[in-house]
Design a protein around this ligand. Structure first.
Ligand SMILES: [Fe+2]
Ligand SMILES: [Fe+2]
Length: 176
């Protein structure tokens, strides 16, 4: 996703668009978990594939989005908008939890796929539980981040600071 940062609409608008894209995928994951639980054996293969695809999306796009925030956005705001310091610490620890949850879901999915002949098994319950937790945590994370750090880009940064932030993001994206 950070590869799309050079679009003409602007670097900062692209970042917000990444949030919208992640949000759509959260919805897709929620639906996949629901279907996996209620649609039964006939749709099992299809639903497992759907779940697998959403996890792949998060592993690639969410992880790189969070890396950009951790490496560029968060340090920049800690320096330029010190009142956001403790919130940024919280957002950073949520990133760690999201990454851990993603790993756990992959393990549960592999576990469940191996024993797919006897759903709903214990692995399915664990997968669903961890998946729903991930959905809620990520939704809340996007919301809080949007209302704090992302809003502060418009409300708190001076024109030259904003320009400097854009320059750093583009430099970072170009190095990937
Ligand atoms: Fe984040
Ligand atoms: Fe974000």
């Amino acid at each position: 996703m950070t590869g799309s940062l050079s679009k003409p609409k602007g670097t900062l608008a692209c970042l917000t668009e990444e949030h919208a894209e992640i949000d759509r995928e959260v919805h897709r994951l929620e639906e996949a978990l629901f279907k996996l639980r209620y649609e039964g054996k006939n749709s099992l293969g299809k639903n497992l594939k759907e779940l697998h695809e959403t996890l792949e999306f998060f592993e690639t796009n969410l992880v790189s989005h969070m890396a950009l925030e951790e490496d560029v956005l968060f340090p920049f705001f800690r320096r330029h908008v010190p009142k956001l310091e403790s919130l940024i610490l919280l957002l950073g620890s949520e990133h760690e939890n999201l990454k851990k949850d993603l790993d756990r879901m992959k393990v549960f999915l592999a576990d469940f796929s191996r024993r797919r002949t006897s759903p709903p098994g214990e692995a399915l319950e664990r997968l669903k539980e961890k998946g729903m937790y991930f959905v809620y945590l990520l939704r809340s994370h996007l919301h809080v981040e949007g209302e704090s750090v992302y809003r502060a880009i418009e409300k708190e940064l001076r024109r030259d600071e904003k320009k400097e932030l854009v320059r750093r993001i583009e430099l970072y994206a170009g190095q990937r």
